[in-house]
Design a protein. Structure first.
Length: 343
């Protein structure tokens, strides 16, 4: 498995350098009043994550790995979502084609679940895939945040695959982490390259798909059905809590905003690096809880699931403290903060 992981990492690393030579003339994100950065920065760099992942996957297949027929829909769906998202990075698309692509991708993915005899979960599967894909897009708003979450979540899937003897889930999770690590070199604060919609939607869709397929036993041992919502706890808590807060305040939930907790931390004075480190630590806690639950009974696993979300209450408290004037007064980085993929 070392060779496929190395190929995924190196391909993304080298691809990032090549992309930086090409993108400034074609896919440049120019700062404006709503941007989170102060200098023009290329976007769409998630392309190298996709290419790195595919390169590593090819080596894995050539060296003895096998892709379950039930997983083909996931792979095709992920690539379809990535392709349309890259077009959106190059030239902004209206919402309709993007939404249609997500629905088609989700339909392709859940064919595997239907074949496995899980017809009753199909409506929930649509909601789950759409939720994770869009949450990932919303949370890609500061340097390194979405990439590091993907590395932690992909790494957790790799370990889970080993523990459950599910080579498909283990290999795919590891390859996602390795390819994203190659891209991260250019996305650490201060970022030289943004992943754009192609990166955030590909990662969100892929992680949702792998946890769903693993949950119905595609590829080998079965993941706990809630594994995905546990390992992605920081992103899900931030997004759902933000939505609930906006609804309670009578705000239009569908309107563009900059009120995610990670955004409010930056607006309150923390740097991109500080917030990214905080959320990465929370992601590691969540991943540890998810992995610990693999061999636990139901009551113990439920407790671990709650423990994965509990630390996010500290983020809420920190935001309240900073916004009430008990912390830094001047932001260290430009604000307001918005999603990189839509800057």
């Amino acid at each position: 498995m070392l060779a496929p992981l190395s190929v995924a990492f190196v391909t993304a690393l080298v691809g990032g350098r090549l992309y930086l030579r090409w993108a400034p003339r074609r896919v440049l994100d120019v700062p404006n009043a709503r941007s989170s950065h102060t200098r023009p920065t290329p976007r769409g760099g998630g392309l190298v994550i996709v290419v790195g992942f595919l390169a590593g996957l090819a080596i894995w297949l050539l060296t003895g790995g096998s892709l379950s027929p039930r997983a083909f829909g996931w792979l095709i769906g992920a690539l379809l979502v990535a392709a349309v998202s890259f077009v959106d990075d190059l030239r902004t698309l209206p919402p309709a084609p993007r939404l249609l692509t997500h629905l088609v991708g989700a339909a392709l993915l859940i064919v595997g679940a239907a074949q496995a005899g899980y017809m009753l979960i199909l409506p929930l599967a649509f909601v789950y895939i759409s939720l994770i894909t869009n949450v990932y897009n919303f949370m890609d708003g500061i340097d390194g945040l979405a990439a590091l979450q993907a590395i932690v979540a992909g790494g957790a899937l790799a370990i889970a695959g080993l523990m459950l003897e599910n080579p498909l889930i283990g290999a795919a999770g590891g390859l996602l982490a390795a390819a994203t690590a190659g891209f991260l070199v250019y996305n650490l604060p201060p970022a030289r390259l943004f992943m754009g919609d192609i990166g955030s939607t590909f990662l969100g869709f892929s992680l949702a798909g792998l946890t769903l397929l693993g949950g119905v036993g595609v590829g080998g041992g079965r993941l706990p059905i809630e594994f995905g919502i546990v390992v992605l706890a920081p992103f899900l808590f931030d997004s759902v809590a933000t939505l609930a807060r906006r609804l309670l305040r009578g705000e239009r939930w569908y309107a563009a905003h900059r009120s995610h907790y990670y955004q409010r931390l930056v607006q309150s004075g923390l740097s991109h690096a500080q917030v990214t480190i905080l959320y990465t630590a929370l992601a590691i806690v969540a991943a540890t809880a998810a992995l610990a639950g693999l061999n636990a009974d139901t009551p113990a696993r439920a407790t671990l699931d709650l423990l994965a979300y509990a630390p996010m209450l500290a983020v809420v408290a920190l935001v309240w403290r900073l916004e009430s004037g008990a912390g830094p007064k001047q932001p260290n980085e430009p604000s307001p903060v918005v999603t990189q993929g839509h800057n």
